[in-house]
Design a protein around this ligand. Structure first.
Ligand SMILES: Cc1ncc(COP(=O)(O)O)c(C=O)c1O
Length: 414
């Protein structure tokens, strides 16, 4: 929150939902970490410098030359049909085959999460999330005031056995949905195994649940074999959420939901009140970018860049981080998740890191109950390899110092 609104004279006027909204730790941080002298591993920014400007011009030029009156006009709430046809092609790239009429274009996939929260959650309803989970999903779900039940992640994704245990012992009331990020998790960096995908979909059937499958990173695989989406296993039980943010650009704010028809209708009705339609200009640009095959070219050039940045970060972590630290080895996506000894609080450590001109996101931002304080999320897609090495070196020094301090104070034995 900015200093000028520490005292807020309008407090009594706000809705209950507003009082439930917490300022995102990521957003607060961006103001400092965006300074050019800070090496930031904090944001989730794709490497836009890799987008060839001639390709952007080519796609934009076609839009303006051929149909500028549509591009600057309102469009259908559900999204433009020609774009939906292109999105069918994008999803087919991950083996998910669907019909364009089941796709609802949203203003970023973030909007899909917001609308889904609003159509499903009453105050107090149970929803199942992963721990850690995407901070923006917490922000979208919180205003609806759900009761969050967190299932931990391990190196094979969400621990489905735990979910099963929970559902079987009916320690929770029937959840409205299970929200998962199966590929190259944000922030966890892990991917849900094939076996767990199958089991999760079975559980959804057994316990009559809906799964929200949020998949912004699946096509950013630079190692290993692609795995089947949850939606391609069961279209009735899975609402699939996709986005062009990480494979083309987040600036065009183009995402989508692939949902069973009754859910589709509810989302569409609510979206009408939210923004009438997503920007026509963005949709038409995206359509051309995909139609002209430029998205594939972009993906092919991004994958090796991200892979070598990930490798640079893994090398630097091995060299500069203390031996008590562990981290994930993502096969794609943008993030590495670091675990430090339980007595280290990364939120408290962050200002010290910023003083050394390096930034990360503290783990507690990714847990509904604010636990996870000994973790941090590191983004490897944005900084170049030299900056990654230097930034991790600086961060390693901060962590080593913090660990020494904790030990001197006896905090490591508490
Ligand atoms: C897991 C996940 N879901 C959704 C989003 C939102 O993406 P957008 O609204 O740009 O499509 C992000 C962005 O970082 C994300 O990491």
């Amino acid at each position: 929150m900015s200093p000028e609104i520490i005292f807020d004279p309008y407090t009594n006027l706000y809705s209950k939902a507003t009082s439930l909204i917490k300022s995102s730790e990521v957003r607060d941080l961006m103001s400092v970490t965006g300074r050019s002298d800070v090496i930031s591993f904090a944001g989730g920014l794709p490497f836009i410098g890799g987008l060839p400007s001639e390709d952007i011009t080519a796609a934009m030029d076609t839009v303006i030359r051929e149909s500028y009156t549509d591009a600057f006009q309102y469009g259908e709430t559900e999204g433009r049909p020609p774009l939906k046809e292109m999105l069918v092609e994008v999803m087919a790239g991950e083996g998910l085959h669907c019909e364009p009429e089941h796709i609802l274009v949203t203003t970023g996939s973030q909007q899909a999460l917001d609308l889904l929260a609003r159509i499903f959650i009453n105050p107090g309803d149970t929803i199942i999330i992963e721990g850690p989970t995407y901070v923006g999903a917490l922000a979208a779900f919180r205003p609806a005031d759900p009761s969050f039940v967190t299932i931990p992640l391990d190196e094979n994704g969400v621990v489905v056995d735990r979910l099963e245990e929970l559902l079987k012992t009916s320690r929770v009331s029937r959840p409205k949905f299970v929200y998962v990020v199966p590929n190259f998790h944000n922030p966890g960096g892990v991917t849900m195994s094939e076996e767990r995908r199958g089991r999760l979909v079975q559980l959804a059937e057994e316990f009559d649940l809906i799964i929200i499958e949020d998949n912004p990173y699946g096509l950013l695989r630079f190692e290993g074999e692609p795995l089947q989406t949850l939606a391609s296993r069961d279209r009735r039980r899975v609402v699939y959420v996709g986005t062009l943010s990480k494979i083309i650009s987040p600036g065009i704010r183009t995402g989508w939901a692939l949902a069973p028809p009754p859910i589709f209708e509810r989302i569409a009705t609510l979206k009408q009140g939210a923004d009438l339609c997503s920007p026509s200009l963005s949709q038409m640009f995206a359509e051309q970018y995909i139609r002209q095959g430029l998205w594939k070219k972009n993906l092919e050039s991004l994958r090796p860049i991200y892979r070598s940045r990930r490798d640079a970060m893994l090398r630097a972590l091995a060299e500069y981080f203390p031996e008590e630290a562990t981290w994930t080895h993502p096969q794609g996506g943008l993030f590495i998740w670091v675990t430090l000894p339980a007595y280290v609080d990364t939120t408290k450590m962050l200002p010290l890191a910023i003083l050394q001109k390096v930034a990360f996101v503290p783990g507690s931002a990714f847990f509904a109950d604010g636990t996870g304080v000994n973790h941090m999320r590191l983004n490897f897609s944005f900084a170049d390899e030299g900056s990654i090495d230097e930034g991790i070196k600086r961060l390693g020094k901060v962590i080593n110092k913090e660990i020494r301090l904790c030990r001197a104070l006896g905090l490591d034995t508490v």
